[in-house]
Design a protein around this ligand. Structure first.
Ligand SMILES: Nc1nc2c(c(=O)[nH]1)N[C@H]1C(S)=C(S)[C@@H](COP(=O)(O)O)O[C@H]1N2
Ligand SMILES: [Mo]
Length: 534
C-alpha cells in the first residue's frame, strides 16, 4: 500500500480541537519565551509590549483621541486586551489552516514573530540585544507549533503489546477514537500550557525585580521653601467642584507608556547638553542637594475636550529648572529644550517659557509631599506652569538637549500637534451635570476655570441664552492654579441650557468659537443641557 492511499484511507487531518490547540499553545509559548528573555535583556523588548507600544505610536491621532475619550485611563488595558484577541484569533486561524500540513501555521507563527522583531527594532530606546527576545519568540513559536502538529498526527510509536485500540504500528492513530495518540497530545499540550504560564510569570517577576517602590519609599523630601498653605475658600467642593488639591491617586494620567518605566532614584541621571557652554550630568542626589522648592500648579492636557477631566492640581516639589540651565549656560540661538524620557518619548519646550523670571519651571521630584508616584514620572519629571503637558511635562526624564525649533520636532509635533502650546483660558461646569434633573427654584451651579500664568479674573454664566451674570470666585491661590466659581440661579421648571465663560487678567474673554483639541487645545464655551423639575 503506498503512502497516498494510506493517507486517504485514514484521513490524516488533525481534529479541529487539536489544530486550534496547537496554534494557540504555540503562540502562548512564543510570547511567554519572549517575555522571559526580555526580562533579562530589557523589559521593553517583550514582543507583546513592543507591538503594543509601536501600535500606540502608529495610531492616528483621531483614534488615539477617541481611545482617550472613550476608555480614559483604561485605554492601554483596552489596547492590550484587543491585541490579545487579535493574536489569539490569528493563532486559531493558523491552527485551522494547518489541519493537513504544518506549513500554513508555521508561516503564520513565523509572521507573528517577524511583527515582534520589527516592533522591537522600531522602539527608539532599545539596543540591538533587545531583538533577542522576539527572535527567541519566533523560534519557540515555530518549533512548538511543528512539534505539537507532528504529535497530533503521528502514530503513537510502538504500541504496547496489549494495546487494543491502536492496532498495528504501521497504521496512523485514529484520532476520533480515544487512544494513546490523543492522550499523549493532551498530556503534552497541558505541559506546554503550564510551561508557558510559568515562563511568562518568571518573566513578569524578573522584569519587575528592579524595586522601584522600595527606592521610592526610602526617599524623604524636605523642601527648603514650602508652598503657602491652601487658604480657606480655595474651592467650592461642597457645591460640586473638585477639591482644590487633587490627591495623587486621583491626578489625571496621560502618556504613551504601555508599561510604566521603572527607574530607581539611585540609578537616575539626567544629561543637559546641546547648545550649552558646559554639559551637566546630574544624579538624584545632586538634585536633592540643591534648594528644594514647593510650587502649587495646575497641569492640564491638550487633548482635554471642552468640559473634559484632564486637569489636576498639586503641590510639586522640585528644583528650579532655570537655575540648572543657567548653570549649563544656554548658547545664543537656542530656542527649544528637547527633553526625552527613558522610554523614548520626546517633548519640546520653548526656552523663553522656562527662563523668564518667575517661570517656576521645575525638575520635579515630588507631589503632595511624597516622591512622585511611578506613573507620574518617578524619579524626576519636568513641570512648566502655563504650558500643556505635551510640550512641558516630560515624565521619567533622562535627557535635556538645548536645540532649536528649526532642528527638532518632538513626539507629538511629528504627529501634527503644535510646536508651541500655551494653555488656553478655559472654564467648565461641574454642577449640574449634563442631562441632570435638578429641583426648580434656587439652585447653585459650580465649576472651575483656569488661565495658567495669566490668572482668572472673572467667570460668567448664562441660562438659556439670557444675559451673562457674574459668579463668585474662590480665593486665588496662584495665577498658575485653577480657580473655582459658583453661581446662584433661580430656575423655572423645564429644560435649560447653562453656558460658562472665563476672562483672564490680560482682559481676554473666552469666545463661543469652538476648536478641537488638535493642534493646540480645545476652545469654546462649556454648555450643559439639564432639566429643572417642579
Ligand atoms: N515620558 C512621558 N512624559 C509625558 C507624556 C508621555 O507620554 N510620556 N505625556 C505628557 C502629557 S501629554 C501630559 S498631559 C502630561 C500628563 O502628566 P500626568 O500623567 O502626570 O498627569 O505628561 C506629559 N509627559
Ligand atoms: Mo497631554
Amino acid at each position: 500500500m503506498n503512502a497516498t492511499t494510506r493517507r486517504q484511507r485514514d484521513d490524516p487531518r488533525l481534529p479541529l480541537w487539536a489544530a486550534v490547540a496547537a496554534g494557540l499553545l504555540a503562540v502562548a509559548a512564543a510570547l511567554a519565551a519572549g517575555h522571559l528573555v526580555a526580562a533579562l535583556v530589557d523589559p521593553f523588548a517583550s514582543p507583546f509590549l513592543a507591538v503594543g507600544n509601536t501600535a500606540i505610536d502608529l495610531t492616528p491621532h483621531p483614534v488615539k483621541d477617541f481611545a482617550i475619550r472613550t476608555f480614559g485611563e483604561d485605554d492601554k488595558l483596552v489596547l492590550l486586551a484587543g491585541m490579545a484577541v487579535v493574536i489569539a484569533g490569528a493563532a486559531v486561524v493558523a491552527g485551522l489552516l494547518s489541519r493537513r500540513g504544518a506549513l500554513p501555521g508555521t508561516v503564520l507563527a513565523g509572521g507573528l514573530g517577524v511583527v515582534g522583531i520589527v516592533a522591537v527594532l522600531a522602539r527608539p530606546t532599545l539596543g540591538v540585544t533587545a531583538v533577542l527576545a522576539p527572535v527567541i519568540s519566533l523560534v519557540v513559536g515555530v518549533l512548538v507549533f511543528r512539534w505539537l502538529h507532528r504529535l497530533a498526527r503521528r502514530p503513537a510509536g510502538e504500541p504496547p503489546e496489549d494495546a487494543t485500540v491502536d492496532g498495528p504500528s504501521t497504521r496512523p492513530v485514529d484520532w476520533r477514537v480515544p487512544g494513546l495518540g490523543r492522550r499523549r497530545f493532551l498530556v503534552t499540550s497541558t505541559a506546554v500550557a503550564a510551561a508557558a504560564g510559568a515562563t511568562a510569570a518568571a518573566g513578569q517577576f524578573l522584569g519587575g525585580r528592579v524595586d522601584v517602590e522600595a527606592s521610592r519609599r526610602s526617599i524623604r523630601l524636605t523642601p527648603d521653601v514650602t508652598a503657602p498653605p491652601i487658604p480657606e475658600g480655595a474651592d467650592f467642593a461642597g457645591d460640586g467642584t473638585p477639591t482644590f488639591l487633587t490627591s495623587n491617586a486621583d491626578f489625571y494620567r496621560v502618556d504613551t507608556a504601555l508599561s510604566v518605566p521603572r527607574v530607581r532614584a539611585q540609578d537616575w541621571r539626567v544629561r543637559v547638553h546641546g547648545m550649552v557652554d558646559r554639559e551637566l550630568v546630574l544624579t538624584y542626589d545632586d538634585l536633592l542637594a540643591r534648594p528644594l522648592v514647593e510650587k502649587t500648579i495646575s497641569l492640564c492636557c491638550v487633548s482635554n475636550e471642552v468640559g473634559g477631566p484632564y486637569i489636576s492640581t498639586t503641590t510639586f516639589i522640585g528644583v528650579s529648572l532655570s537655575d540648572i540651565l543657567a548653570e549649563a549656560g544656554i548658547r545664543p540661538g537656542s530656542d527649544q529644550i528637547a527633553t526625552r524620557s527613558v522610554d523614548g518619548w520626546t517633548c519640546g519646550t520653548p526656552v523663553e517659557d522656562v527662563m523668564r523670571p518667575g517661570s517656576d519651571a521645575l525638575l520635579a521630584v515630588g507631589m503632595n509631599g511624597e516622591p512622585l508616584p511611578v506613573e507620574h514620572g518617578f524619579p524626576v519629571r519636568m513641570v512648566v506652569p502655563g504650558l500643556y503637558g505635551f510640550v512641558s511635562a516630560t515624565k521619567w526624564l533622562v535627557d535635556a538637549e538645548l536645540t532649536t525649533f528649526a532642528d527638532f520636532d518632538a513626539y507629538w509635533v511629528k504627529r501634527d500637534w503644535a510646536r508651541r502650546a500655551p494653555i488656553k483660558t478655559m472654564s467648565r461646569v461641574d454642577r449640574p451635570k449634563a442631562f441632570e434633573q435638578v429641583p426648580a427654584g434656587r439652585f447653585v451651579a459650580a465649576g472651575v476655570a483656569w488661565a495658567q500664568h495669566r490668572g482668572v479674573d472673572k467667570v460668567e454664566v448664562r441660562v438659556d441664552g439670557g444675559p451673562w451674570q457674574a459668579t463668585t470666585l474662590s480665593t486665588e491661590v496662584t495665577v498658575d492654579t485653577w480657580r473655582m466659581w459658583r453661581a446662584e440661579l433661580d430656575l423655572p421648571a423645564g429644560s435649560h441650557t447653562l453656558e460658562v465663560r472665563a476672562t483672564d487678567r490680560t482682559g481676554y474673554t473666552q469666545t463661543s468659537e469652538r476648536a478641537e483639541p488638535i493642534p493646540d487645545g480645545a476652545a469654546g464655551w462649556h454648555t450643559i443641557v439639564f432639566t429643572a423639575r417642579p
